[in-house]
Ligand binder design. Structure first.
Ligand code: ATP
Length: 232
């Protein structure tokens, strides 16, 4: 579904991503692991088209999307749950969710599907509250709901557990598991919290200084080696 081939990215003269390749299939959850500053968010921004790549290619559903702007990639079915959630603080929960449907034809853009509230019942009770008044964990759930209403084929999570209390981390893990079990969606889970990622991922890639240093199936995941790359 997603094929990334040898991408390089620079911030000015700083070579941030170095020849990264990976592929994700439908129905699969891939974990992208690495400590602070190794380039995970930059990589995700390149997938979304928010950052340009200097070389290499990104294909989605067989189409080269390397030069497409972010809104065109969203329309093709890539959804992004950003680090720090980026909720619209002054909009209501309902309005925030509707933002996720901006790429849909206008006649479909007013019905939030029930599945979202089945996954996150707390959002149903908070529809008229402002996004900025929600707790961090509730905002994270809202950010995931906003991504899901776009009916994505690939959903990208950027550190969804960061700063979230354990009970909500459990809820988020449950939802990611449910999505994976649905089988019609691909998931890229960017994380520093190894135990969370290990529970969910079918395959993993570890980045260090902008390069892939370890990758493989869950069964090949050598916890000690991966942890070494994650510890500071
Ligand atoms: N807009 C920018 N301009 C210049 N350098 C940047 C920019 N954004 C990130 N960087 C640098 O690029 C490197 C990779 O940052 P990135 O945010 O992708 O890392 P990360 O692995 O996602 O870390 P974190 O978990 O802290 O978000 C870091 O050295 C960072 O300082």
């Amino acid at each position: 579904m997603l094929d990334v081939h040898e991408i390089n990215q620079f911030y000015g003269s700083s070579h941030t991503l170095r020849g990264i390749s990976l592929s994700i299939k439908q129905g699969e959850c891939m974990a992208l692991l690495g400590r602070n500053g190794v380039g995970k968010t930059t990589f995700l921004k390149c997938l979304m088209g928010v950052q340009q790549i200097a070389s290499g290619s990104i294909s989605f559903l067989g189409q080269d999307i390397s030069q497409l702007p972010p809104h065109a990639r969203a329309k093709l079915g890539i959804a992004y749950v950003p680090q720090g959630r980026e909720i619209f603080a002054r909009l209501t929960v309902e309005e925030n969710i509707l933002m996720g449907m901006a790429t849909k034809p206008s006649r479909q853009a007013h019905d939030i599907k029930e599945e979202v509230f089945d996954l996150f019942p707390v959002l149903r009770t908070m529809l008229k509250r402002r996004g900025g008044d929600l707790s961090g964990g509730q905002q994270q759930q809202l950010a995931i709901a906003r991504a899901l209403v776009a009916d994505p084929k690939l959903i990208i999570f950027d550190e969804p557990t960061e700063g979230i209390q354990p009970s909500i981390i459990k809820d988020i893990g449950r939802v990611i598991n449910l999505l994976r079990d649905r089988g019609d969606i691909a998931i890229l889970l960017c994380e520093q919290y190894f135990d969370f990622a290990r529970e969910l991922a079918d395959r993993f890639v570890v980045l260090s200084r902008g390069e892939v240093v370890v990758s493989g199936d869950r069964s090949e995941m050598d916890s000690e080696v991966v942890r070494r790359y994650l510890s500071v």
